[in-house]
Design a protein around this ligand. Structure first.
Ligand code: FES
Ligand SMILES: [Fe+2]
Length: 424
């Protein structure tokens, strides 16, 4: 039977008339279509690691250099990456600067990422060989005998390199005002840093909530992280204009494998903070006694509404040699990230199947609702600023003077504080 038809439609009625059913006969109850998705485009997002663009910053950031055991493998530029729905191509121009262009040749729209970077640092299209500078201006058209008189260009996007990552703003001609968050303890030689790239089929909000969510750890990651005897702890939540933090008090050293590795001698008092920073950073910090300190900073890039890439930097110092800790921790971390990625994909699948979300939250969903409010308010502010400045969201042409977008990272504002008790 074809979908959309019932037995009656197939002629059981016997009248010869065929009624057309209004929609699928069998299917899950459909929601109102709400999805916790925002489109914040006047912000910096990580597009790639610096060393993914050949000849880049080496040895001076966590994602650069040759000492990291977990390398994604060197790639020669150009590199394709979609940020906030915008297909981009990244490469180093003639000056070595990381450049980002719309991944669509001005000539016949072939993706420029299929081309190559010339020795002079222009990006050459793989179809007819048009060449583009880092600013997106066409500098050569092979076979054209007359001089290039018209200006042909593709959109270029602001880039910035910091701490071994290439950051990009997915809105053309906008330089975000909010600076990218720094990787902690980068200049402290006692710390090791490991970078991991995790791709999840989930919205930015769902990915961030997952990274900062405590109650799931004893279930989804049982035995790896938490899941032993329950303890009552208190979360003190501090909400700021551009970030939110939960400080967990009274938490005993977790019984799982991770804690055993990080603090082999017992670990003393546990201090634990979870933080979200606009537009897309989740940070988890643990201090176990005086010797062990671990901060996981996840820079999340929304690729599309339900596709997020997390560039997670694990910064740690422990009494054990860093290389040993890394070797033991690596497979555990991979399993934890894998479990999270799998459950997030299932969550996204269910939301799609039911035609939207129908969430309920309790107070032990400590940060998720606050993260959502921050994202939604930032989106509203960005839309208002965009309308005020009359900046086109995304049109062809380009060449307009760069405008500043977003808000300045504020550290001085007074937080709104509340406390929540929970058992974990
Ligand atoms: S499509 Fe790029 S040069 Fe023709
Ligand atoms: Fe998790």
């Amino acid at each position: 039977m074809l979908s959309g038809m019932s037995l009656e439609d197939e002629g059981v009625r016997g009248s010869g008339e065929r009624a057309v059913a209004p929609g699928p006969v069998l299917g899950p109850p459909q929601g109102r279509g709400h999805r916790s998705v925002v489109r914040l485009t006047r912000e910096w997002y990580v597009a790639c690691r610096s060393d993914e663009l050949e000849g880049g910053e080496v040895g001076n950031g966590v994602a650069g250099g040759g000492s990291l055991p977990e390398r994604l493998g060197r790639r020669s530029a150009p590199l394709a990456m979609t940020v906030a729905g915008v297909p981009l191509v990244l490469f180093r121009d003639g000056t070595g600067r990381a450049s980002a262009l719309l991944d669509r040749c001005a000539h016949r729209n072939v993706p420029l990422s299929l081309g190559r970077v010339t020795r002079e640092g222009t990006l050459e299209c793989g179809y007819h060989g048009w060449r583009f500078t880092g600013e997106g201006r066409c500098s050569a058209i092979p076979g054209l005998c007359s001089p290039l008189e018209k200006v042909y260009r593709v959109h270029s996007y602001a880039t910035r390199e910091q701490d071994g990552f290439v950051w990009v703003c997915p809105e053309p001609d906008v330089i975000p005002e909010r600076d990218p968050l720094r990787v902690p303890a980068l200049d402290d030689s006692r710390y090791e840093h490991v970078v991991r790239r995790v791709e999840v089929r989930a919205s930015l909000h769902a990915a961030i909530e997952n990274a900062l969510d405590v109650p799931h750890t004893g279930y989804l990651h049982r035995g790896l992280f938490r899941g032993g005897k329950k303890n009552r702890i208190r979360a003190v939540v501090r909400r700021y204009r551009d970030r939110v933090e939960a400080e967990y008090l009274g938490e005993p050293k977790p019984p799982g494998v991770v804690a055993k590795i990080l603090a082999p001698h017992g670990g003393g008092i546990v201090r634990h903070w979870d933080r979200f920073f606009l537009p897309g950073v989740a940070q988890v910090e643990y201090a176990l006694g005086e010797d062990t300190h671990l901060v996981v900073t996840s820079f999340c890039t929304p690729v599309e509404d339900f596709h997020t890439i997390m560039f997670a930097v694990v910064s740690f110092r422990t009494p054990l040699p860093g290389a040993l800790v890394r070797r033991v921790l690596e497979p555990v971390a991979r399993r934890i990230f894998g479990q999270d990625a799998a459950i997030l994909a299932k969550q996204t699948e269910a939301i799609e199947r039911f035609g939207g979300e129908q969430f309920v939250s309790t107070e032990i969903d400590v940060l998720g609702p606050s993260v959502w409010r921050l994202l939604r308010d930032a989106e509203r502010a960005e839309q208002a600023a965009s309308a005020h400045q009359g900046t086109p969201r995304h049109t062809d042409g380009g060449g307009a003077a760069a405008t500043r977008g977003g808000a300045t990272r504020s550290i001085a504002d007074e937080p709104v504080v509340h406390a929540v008790d929970l058992e974990v």
